[in-house]
Design a protein around this ligand. Structure first.
Ligand SMILES: Nc1ncnc2c1ncn2[C@@H]1O[C@H](COP(=O)(O)OP(=O)(O)OP(=O)(O)O)[C@@H](O)[C@H]1O
Ligand SMILES: [Mg+2]
Length: 138
């Protein structure tokens, strides 16, 4: 699928406040593009969880929010990138309930279910990139 990128919003993730700013920006874009209530909540929640992971597990990084279109539908794509320790067992963290932070371990698995496209790329010692896309429903 070929997608047009209509706008790009690069944002840093260095503090808790940055996570809130990313969350707010994602919500604003989804509202502006007239996503339905469920889709707004879904992409906002995923952005918040994945942004927190960048901070807590990745030692900070960035979120790049893209407003995209496939010619018919509007979408929001967000890439969360850090240069932290990386993830050694991707299958395990995606299955849910596993955490190295004594937390619920539901951020990644929950986010995956909330979006239309979920891509996790990680290399131990190099860092992690999680890219998610939410399409507006007709
Ligand atoms: N960006 C990242 N860099 C390195 N490890 C990560 C990253 N994101 C997630 N992980 C690893 O995957 C595990 C699961 O992440 P997940 O977000 O599902 O749960 P959590 O952050 O531990 O808890 P919570 O339920 O509060 O989100 C983490 O405990 C961590 O070990
Ligand atoms: Mg998490």
């Amino acid at each position: 699928m070929v997608e047009d990128v209509l706008a790009v919003h690069p944002m840093k993730l260095a503090t808790e406040d940055d996570v809130l700013l990313v969350r707010r920006r994602v919500r604003e874009i989804a509202e502006m593009r007239k996503f339905d209530t469920f889709a707004i909540a879904a992409i906002t929640t995923a952005a918040s969880e994945l942004g927190r992971n960048v901070l807590v597990h990745g030692g900070g990084g960035s979120a790049t929010i893209e407003e995209i279109s496939d010619g018919h539908r509007a979408g929001i794509r967000i890439a969360f990138v850090d240069a932290g320790p990386g993830i050694s067992d991707i299958a395990r963290v995606l299955s849910g309930g596993y955490s190295t932070a004594k937390s619920m371990g539901l951020g990644l698995s929950g986010s995956k279910r909330l979006v239309d496209v979920f891509d996790l790329d990680s290399k131990v010692g190099k860092g992690t990139r999680v890219t998610v896309t939410k399409w507006k429903r007709f």
